[in-house]
Ligand binder design. Structure first.
Ligand SMILES: [Zn+2]
Length: 177
């Protein structure tokens, strides 16, 4: 009997970084923000997801009473910015356990307000998809905060090739129902 017959050389179709960034991207899909949808997940050292969040208005608030628009001609009070809770802040607010030493996966580099929360929670690393606001003050201040407290940050790429393999995988599962 050949005992190696069922030993098939396999490898994971995606890395943990790719897996958790996809989770953050799926979280962002839940956001009702018509312009910027951001998602975030926090993961412990055993690669278990601890909490997730996406940008939205305060939980339980009458959403229809608040503006989603960002037209600056009407003044701050009537723009979304003052009312939206960011993805990372929501994830931190709804976490049931300790977040120290966790990795934060987020689809957009955190702003300085979220950086304050992330640093206060003693998160070890921030892994982001987009850094499109890298020249803005809120991103520069966030990086200054992370540098001061020793939080590492790095960008992770999610390729179109991965998305198309995922799409194929999900489509195949639907066919099996
Ligand atoms: Zn923020």
């Amino acid at each position: 009997m050949n005992k190696t017959v069922n030993h098939i050389d396999v490898k994971s179709p995606l890395s943990w970084d790719e897996y958790f960034m996809l989770q953050a991207m799926i979280a962002s899909f839940r956001s009702k923000d018509p312009s910027t949808k951001v998602g975030s997940v926090f993961v412990d050292e055993n690669n278990h997801q601890i909490t997730m969040g996406y940008n939205g208005f305060i939980a339980g608030i009458d959403e229809k009473a608040l503006p989603w628009g960002k037209d600056s001609s009407v003044g701050t009070e009537n723009q979304k910015y003052g009312y939206v809770v960011h993805a990372e802040a929501n994830a931190i607010l709804h976490a049931k356990g300790d977040l120290s030493g966790t990795r934060c996966y987020v689809t957009l580099f955190p702003c300085n307000e979220c950086a304050k929360l992330i640093a206060s929670k003693k998160v070890s690393e921030v892994i982001y998809l987009s850094d499109k606001h890298q020249d803005k003050d809120h991103t520069i201040m966030a990086k200054r905060i992370f540098d001061l407290v020793g939080i590492k940050y790095r960008q992770v790429e999610v390729t179109k090739e991965l998305i198309s393999r995922l799409n194929e995988h999900l489509g195949a599962q639907l066919l099996e129902i």
